[in-house]
Write a protein that binds this ligand. Structure first.
Ligand code: SAM
Length: 246
C-alpha cells in the first residue's frame, strides 16, 4: 500500500449516524481529513499525538471529541461560547468547531508550540469560529472577559478530575457546564470530584458511560453544572491545583 493510501481516514458515515445520530457533510469530512494530514505533518516537528493510524485517529480524536457533546441534544442548536482547556493539538475543540460552525471556540494551552500549531491549523482550515490562546488555565481563569464567560468548558486528558474541575469551572457562566472527558471512572472518583466541585460552585449533574465504536474502549463524560459563582480564591496560583488537588 502506498504512503498516501495509508494516510486516508476510513469512510465512517454509517458509524457516525449509528452511534451519534450525526453525520459530517462532504465539506466537514474533507476538513477532518485535512486535520489528520496536518497533525501527521506537525508530529514531525513536535510531539502532538501518539495516535496516528487512520482508524485510531478517527476514533480517538475525531469521534471521541464529538461523542462528549452530541449527547447534549438540547444545546446543539444554540449559539454557544466554548473553551477547550489544555487543547494540545486541538482536541476536542477543533472537531467541534467544524461540526458546529455556529459555536465560538477558544482553544487554550500553556505550551506555545502547541498553540502555534493550532492557530496554523485554524488558518489552513479557514475556521472563523475558533481561536488559540497561550496561557495557563489558572491565570486566564481569573481574567474578566474569560472568567465566568463560557457556556461550556471542556477538558480532555489534562490532569486528575479535581484539577480539571479547578481549571474549567471558573470559566463557566452560572448555569453552564464543565465537561470532563475521561476513560475509566470509579465511585471513588465521583466522591472526590463531587467534593471539589462543591468548593468551586458546581455539582455533578450526569456521568455518561459509553464505549468507543471500533476498539470498544471505555469512556466517561462527567458533566458539572455551575450552580453558583466560583469563589475568588479559585483557581489557585499556577501549579498549586496540580500540587495540592482539592
Ligand atoms: N486535550 C488534548 C487531547 O485530549 O488530545 C491534549 C491533552 S495533552 C495530554 C494535555 C495538554 O494540557 C498539554 O498540551 C498541556 O500543555 C496542557 N496543559 C496542562 N496544564 C495546563 C494548564 N494549567 N493550563 C493550560 N494548559 C495546560
Amino acid at each position: 500500500m502506498s504512503k498516501i493510501e495509508t494516510n486516508v481516514l476510513p469512510p465512517m458515515n454509517q458509524i457516525w449516524s449509528q452511534t451519534l445520530n450525526w453525520q459530517p457533510s462532504d465539506a466537514q469530512e474533507q476538513l477532518f481529513q485535512q486535520i489528520y494530514q496536518e497533525v501527521l505533518e506537525g508530529n514531525r516537528q513536535q510531539n502532538l499525538t501518539r495516535i496516528t493510524s487512520p482508524e485510531d485517529f478517527w476514533e480517538k480524536h475525531l469521534w471521541d471529541s464529538l461523542s462528549g457533546i452530541i449527547a447534549l441534544e438540547e444545546i446543539l442548536a444554540h449559539q454557544l461560547q466554548i473553551i477547550d482547556v489544555g487543547t494540545g493539538a486541538g482536541f476536542p475543540g477543533i472537531p467541534l468547531a467544524i461540526a458546529f460552525p455556529h459555536w465560538r471556540i477558544t482553544l487554550l494551552d500553556s505550551t506555545r508550540k502547541k498553540i502555534t500549531f493550532v492557530n496554523d491549523l485554524i488558518a489552513k482550515l479557514q475556521l472563523n469560529n475558533a481561536t488559540g490562546i497561550v496561557a495557563r488555565a489558572e491565570e486566564l481563569g481569573r481574567i474578566p472577559g474569560d472568567r465566568a464567560s463560557y457556556d461550556l468548558a471542556l477538558v480532555r486528558a489534562v490532569s486528575k478530575p479535581s484539577v480539571c474541575a479547578e481549571y474549567s469551572l471558573p470559566f463557566v457562566k452560572k448555569g453552564g457546564l464543565a465537561i470532563l472527558y475521561r476513560g475509566h471512572w470509579s465511585d471513588e472518583d465521583t466522591a472526590g470530584l463531587a467534593a471539589a466541585a462543591t468548593q468551586l460552585g458546581g455539582k455533578i449533574e450526569l456521568i455518561h458511560r459509553w464505549e468507543t465504536p471500533l476498539s470498544k474502549g471505555i469512556r466517561h463524560c462527567i458533566y458539572l453544572r455551575k450552580d453558583s459563582t466560583t469563589a475568588k480564591k479559585f483557581p489557585r496560583a499556577v501549579g498549586i491545583p496540580e500540587k495540592q488537588p482539592l
